[in-house]
Design a protein around this ligand. Structure first.
Ligand SMILES: Cc1cc2nc3c(=O)[nH]c(=O)nc-3n(C[C@H](O)[C@H](O)[C@H](O)COP(=O)(O)O)c2cc1C
Length: 156
């Protein structure tokens, strides 16, 4: 039985809500066909004790930026640093096989920029994005993207 691991951070609860629904959707898909993987999530907060990630994982990253336009005048990452620091510990970064970003399109060019930055820094593909809490369509769209990537990266 395959279980995909997800690390995430959620300041206002949108990412947590999305992943709770995505996990339930995975459970349903798994009950239809047990080759469909389940999802196990781990929320990282400022209180999370550093640990070694022994298995591959996806990182779900909301965007909290302050200042600049994100491109030529720089920006500061706010509130999501605990996730970046957790992944930077030891060899955890080597286990990241993909990044999913979320944000709000009102931020224009800064939309999902933190996840794009993680993708580059971790040399892990940027797999998908969604806005705010995400819709049912987002869940149906993103689940197979994760399952395919997991299959390619882990099961082969
Ligand atoms: C102070 C603040 C700054 C934000 N900055 C950005 C941003 O630069 N780009 C973006 O796409 N979304 C931005 N957002 C939107 C959040 O990424 C979005 O609401 C996300 O769903 C929050 O996830 P969470 O509820 O799991 O913390 C910002 C939200 C806040 C409150």
């Amino acid at each position: 039985m395959t279980t995909m691991n997800v690390l995430f951070i959620s300041i206002e609860g949108n990412t947590r809500s999305f992943l709770t629904r995505l996990t339930a959707y995975a459970r349903q898909q798994h009950s239809f066909d047990d080759s469909n993987p389940l999802i196990k999530t781990k929320e990282i907060t400022d209180q999370t004790v550093p640990a070694k990630e022994k298995e591959p994982f996806f990182a779900f990253v909301p965007t909290y930026l302050n200042g600049g336009n994100g491109f030529d005048s720089g920006f500061t990452e706010l509130m999501t640093n605990a996730l970046g620091e957790y992944i930077d510990q030891g060899k955890n970064a080597d286990q990241c096989i993909g990044v999913v970003g979320s944000g709000n399109k009102n931020f224009n060019a800064q939309y999902c920029l933190t996840a794009k930055k993680y993708s580059k820094q971790l040399d892990a593909p940027f797999l998908a994005d969604y806005e705010l809490r995400g819709t049912d369509e987002d869940i149906q769209r993103i689940y197979p993207i994760l399952a395919k990537r997991w299959q390619e990266a882990v099961n082969n």
